[in-house]
Write a protein that binds this ligand. Structure first.
Ligand code: NDP
Ligand code: ZN
Length: 178
């Protein structure tokens, strides 16, 4: 598959998989806005032009949040993309608090390419917690989320300076606004 074709195919596939989902924020945006934002951050700020990384960014929540399987992704986008998506997929059989702990523990051991996706994912989520927090999240819960995101990102540092700077700015803004 040619590069542009692959990227558009990933966008269309992810849009279909997430079609009945909304973000948890008060403005309940269509879910697909988030993976598209993650891929945009990688391209615009991170300077990434590797189509497998950008496709994996668009697909990054499909295994975790939809019925999509790793072999669906391998069949359609190849094993490199599937491997990246799997690296950033939480094990949903674990309790939520445990999943959060595992992310902090695993982030320094992700591959360099998966680290980029995880970093852009955290930028997008901290922005959302700041601008459109999930309904009912207290100040304490939002602050807890931001503290946790910083812990995860501590393990991703050294992978992409512009993205790390963007994360730091987003955190500063979040702390000011919350
Ligand atoms: P999460 O912390 O897992 O929810 C945040 C995740 O939801 C994000 O990482 C993001 O993941 C996705 N998401 C979707 N929409 C938004 C949005 N608008 N803003 C930010 N994130 C969004 O919440 P859970 O409900 O699963 O809670 C689990 C944890 O929260 C527990 O471990 C517990 O410790 C803690 N908790 C704390 C409480 C408190 O008051 N302090 C109360 C209850 C729980 P993605 O990138 O996959 O889209
Ligand atoms: Zn995500």
């Amino acid at each position: 598959m040619k590069n542009l074709q692959k990227l558009l195919h990933a966008a269309s596939f992810a849009a279909r998989k997430h079609s009945d989902q909304r973000r948890k924020g008060s403005n309940a945006e269509p879910y697909i806005n988030h993976p598209l934002e993650v891929a945009n951050l990688l391209a615009d700020i991170g300077g990434i032009d590797d189509v497998d990384i950008l496709s994996a960014a668009i697909l990054h929540d499909t295994i975790e949040d939809t019925e999509c399987t790793p072999s669906d992704i391998t069949d359609k986008f190849g094993s490199r993309v599937a491997g990246l998506v799997l690296e950033v997929t939480d094990d949903k059989s674990l309790p939520k608090a445990e999943r959060k702990r595992v992310q902090v523990e695993h982030s320094p051991h992700l591959s360099p390419d998966a680290k980029l996706i995880k970093l852009a994912d955290k930028i997008s989520n901290v922005r959302d917690v700041t601008n459109s927090p999930p309904a009912g999240w207290s100040l304490e819960r939002r602050t807890e989320y931001i503290d946790w995101a910083e812990e995860v990102v501590a393990g991703l540092r050294g992978s992409n300076k512009p993205l790390e700077q963007e994360f730091d700015e987003v955190i500063l803004l979040a702390r000011k606004k919350l």
